[in-house]
Design a protein around this ligand. Structure first.
Ligand code: AMP
Length: 114
């Protein structure tokens, strides 16, 4: 068996996380090293290593996760805006091989990103 990555261990409740949302398809929890006052990760429950591995049949799952992000942003009071980031692959700095969206808010962000 290949070793589980940290997000799979959070899904399996082997390590703790501050969970903000859960449904059959995805889990949302606080980032352990927040880069903004609000920093939440939204991950699919089924193993999907990155956006590069997503197929056409994952479109509904990806759309669902974005809808969860919008709902969380509303619930958490991010009325003045927020940023959604998905790092894909080494050049983008993806450090966990389990697809994840970052929801960042509570401060203003620069552009272009670093
Ligand atoms: P990325 O660099 O896009 O792959 O993002 C991975 C994110 O996972 C980083 O922002 C980390 O701080 C976060 N992270 C790593 N381990 C944990 C953990 N145990 N609980 C919550 N967030 C984590």
């Amino acid at each position: 068996m290949p070793e589980k990555n940290v997000f799979q261990r959070i899904i399996d409740r082997e390590i703790p996380a501050t969970i903000e949302h859960e449904d059959e398809q995805c889990l949302a929890f606080r980032d352990i090293a927040p880069q903004a006052p609000t920093h939440i990760l939204v991950i699919p429950k089924r193993p999907l290593r990155s956006l590069a591995d997503a197929a056409a049949e994952d479109a509904a799952l990806l759309g669902h996760m974005l809808t969860v992000i919008r709902t969380l942003a509303e619930k958490l009071g991010l009325q003045t805006g927020y940023r959604v980031v998905l790092n894909c692959g080494p050049d983008a700095g993806q450090s966990v091989d389990h697809l994840h969206f970052h929801l960042l808010g509570g401060r203003s962000f620069g552009w272009p990103p670093g």
